[in-house]
Design a protein around this ligand. Structure first.
Ligand code: FUB
Length: 315
């Protein structure tokens, strides 16, 4: 018992201990790390009990990656004009800072039409208050937005299984000069904006793209199903919209069978960190997940070393 207590006392993962936190997007703003995860909850009566269930987003911040402050709810499903208020579909978000404003991107189920759309809410501070735009972003049907502010001065939005398009300077619309392509879905043909960056790469059930730029390389990192559950993988390119070259695995399948993983990669005080999720607090329910952190290392040629999940964490 003493040994277990001692081990528990040194564990830093999961990092948020009073609620479930999935799909953790970490960003550095004002010398602090801000964490924008999705917020898994137990499904209320009437909702599917074995599926994802999320009604709102909290934001957290930390200066030491160990002590996290919960700044409370920033966006909730029944206060976004375009979201179906009982959809419980506030999936993986992102937040970026540009020209004095914080832009919080989130997917959800629209009140009209099926599937998922992506909206944006805007604030003057990283902890809000965030004001949602009345309509979702036109031209994006899908989940898991991630925005890359590239050194070429443009903002690029990635979503779903690796689709990417340039944003206008207003950060609320897709640019007019994006490429378009016709994509087949079964018997249907749809015109889609942007490019599919993972088209010819390992991409089975790919989702949750997270893109960043480092040392002249663009990295497109993403979960996909290698065998039965998700791994975190990555590809590299010299251009934000590709073509990307597959490089390998960042994190293998979770040993306990947790089906999803979803991550972000951030440099804070000259060290690199991988934020990801597992279901350590709900081992029999992989739709209630918790954010964790590990250190991440690059090789001299820019490739990324594989990361092993730990309970030790980084604190
Ligand atoms: O959290 C709901 C969904 O599960 C996310 O959007 C996916 O990336 C996966 O983590």
């Amino acid at each position: 018992m003493l040994l277990l207590t001692a081990l528990g006392a040194t564990a830093q993962n999961p990092i948020i201990r009073d609620q479930f936190t999935a799909d953790p997007t970490a960003r550095v703003f004002n010398n602090k790390v801000y964490l924008y995860p999705s917020h898994d909850i137990k499904p209320p009566v009437g909702q599917r009990q074995d599926w994802f269930c999320m009604e709102d987003y909290h934001v957290f911040s930390s200066e030491n990656l160990t002590d996290w402050k919960d700044h409370g709810v920033i966006v909730t499903q029944n206060k976004v004009p375009w979201v179906r208020p009982d959809s419980y579909s506030m999936w993986a978000p992102d937040c970026v800072y540009r020209n004095g404003k914080y832009y919080f991107y989130f997917p959800s189920a629209p009140a009209e039409g099926g599937g998922f759309a992506v909206g944006v809410a805007i604030a003057d501070n990283p902890e809000g208050p965030f004001i949602p735009e009345p309509e979702p972003i036109k031209g994006i049907n899908g989940i898991d937005p991630c925005v890359l502010l590239a050194s070429d001065g443009n903002a690029y939005i990635f979503w779903g299984n690796g689709r990417c398009a340039k944003l206008k300077d207003n950060m609320k619309e897709l640019a007019d000069d994006n490429p378009k392509e016709t994509v087949k879905w079964g018997n249907r043909e749809m015109e889609m904006i942007g490019v599919s960056c993972l088209k010819d790469l390992p991409n089975r059930q790919a989702e949750g793209p997270f893109a960043f730029e480092y040392n002249g390389n663009f990295y497109l990192t993403y979960p996909y199903v290698r065998e039965n559950t998700e791994v975190l993988a990555y590809a590299m390119s010299k251009n934000p919209m590709g073509p990307y070259e597959y490089k390998g695995i960042i994190m293998a399948e979770h040993a306990n069978g947790c089906w999803t993983n979803h991550h972000s990669i951030v440099n804070y005080k000259d060290l690199w960190y991988l934020f990801y999720h597992q279901n350590a607090f709900s081992p029999n329910d992989d739709k209630r997940r918790s954010a964790q952190i590990e250190k991440l290392y690059f090789n001299p040629d820019g490739t990324i070393q594989e990361v092993k999940p730990t309970l030790r964490g980084v604190g």
